[in-house]
Design a protein. Structure first.
Length: 344
């Protein structure tokens, strides 16, 4: 068995990754470490609770003793670090929480893993790897043309993206200094099942179903590249198995959409298939977010040419499947929304 320590596995992308790995790799044993803050939800993993290749440990990645105990109890082969505070608006309000989790938490994971994997000669045990799951937001903002490549200088514009860029640099430094086996992936905006409803797609769906106004920042023309979450999981899996240590890979969906295009797509589907009272009149333009990046777009050529990864799900299919999932799981959505209000 290959033992994966998945941090933040009760969150959106982490939970999807756990489902993907258990479904596609029968030699995978998953240890899910999550502190279950407001965005961590064990309902996301209810279908795997009884799986003998899955174990949940409630712990914070900043807790050195808790992480040490996990490494002492298991021969960890791979650390896949999803654990992060990730909402830009919250980072503007409370940046110190993002620094603690995203920077100090990552450093703690690195130190514990290094201590367990390092041999007396300074080399590391074979077939071990630390995967840092990051974001295209570390690159800053693009103009009307161009793409983020792995060589694009880091230029984060929010406390969230700055904390992720800081974590990336610490991870990279462990390879440069110690030859510690790491990879970093930087993805575009993910969408799919189990996404926390403060994010735009589930928020729009929930507001439409409840005939509530849909707040849209600024002029609504900020552009994001949308990646179906299972395609992202497939990319991370390939990086774990096939990437040379030290390499960084951008993972993009090749689906650039303005925010208003995205919102209108969701409204149109719900208007036609669920409730004709759901219309674009629900859109309400609000004051723009501070430091709001205008455009993100990923050049994923490196992971395509080196590892053979391409996204399987086009946006038209993916967004419809995503909307259907939330329609079929409205109790999940209501439970999460209730917890969101309590956390605020």
């Amino acid at each position: 068995m290959k033992v994966y320590l998945v941090t933040g596995g009760a969150g959106f992308i982490g939970a999807n990754f756990i489902h993907y790995m258990l479904n596609n790799h029968h030699d995978a044993f998953i240890i899910n470490v999550d502190s279950l803050t407001y965005a961590g939800n064990l309902e996301n993993l209810s279908k795997v609770e009884g799986n003998d290749r899955y174990q949940f440990v409630k712990a914070d990645i900043t807790d050195k003793q808790a992480i040490k105990e996990i490494f002492e109890a298991h021969d960890i082969d791979y650390v896949v670090n999803f654990a992060a505070e990730s909402h830009v608006d919250r980072s503007i309000q409370t940046p110190e929480i993002f620094v603690k989790t995203n920077v100090l938490g990552t450093a703690n994971l690195l130190n514990v893993a290094k201590g367990k994997w390092e041999l007396e000669n300074g080399e590391f045990k074979a077939n071990k790897k630390f995967i840092q799951v990051s974001t295209d937001e570390v690159y800053g903002s693009l103009g009307e043309e161009g793409l983020f490549s792995e060589q694009t200088p880091l230029d984060p514009h929010s406390p969230y993206s700055a904390s992720k860029a800081s974590a990336d640099m610490i991870v990279k430094s462990y390879f440069d200094t110690y030859q510690f086996p790491i990879n970093i992936t930087r993805c575009s905006n993910n969408y799919g099942p189990y996404q926390f409803p403060e994010k735009i797609i589930p928020l729009v769906i929930n507001n439409c179903l409840n005939h509530k106004n849909i707040p849209l920042y600024g002029d609504g023309l900020n552009i994001r590249d949308w990646l179906y979450v299972e395609d992202h999981c497939k990319a991370i899996d390939l990086v774990i198995r096939d990437a040379a240590p030290g390499e960084i890979y951008n993972v993009g969906g090749l689906n650039e959409k303005t925010n208003v295009q995205l919102v209108k797509t969701i409204i149109k589907y719900l208007h036609e298939h669920v409730d004709e009272k759901i219309t674009e009149e629900l859109i309400t333009y609000v004051k723009d977010r501070k430091g709001h990046d205008r455009r993100y777009a990923i050049d994923a050529n490196k992971i395509l040419t080196e590892l053979g990864w391409t996204p399987d799900v086009n946006f038209e299919t993916g967004i419809q499947e995503t909307i259907k999932w939330y329609l079929e799981n409205q109790n999940w959505l209501k439970n999460v929304m209730k917890r969101t209000h309590q956390s605020n």
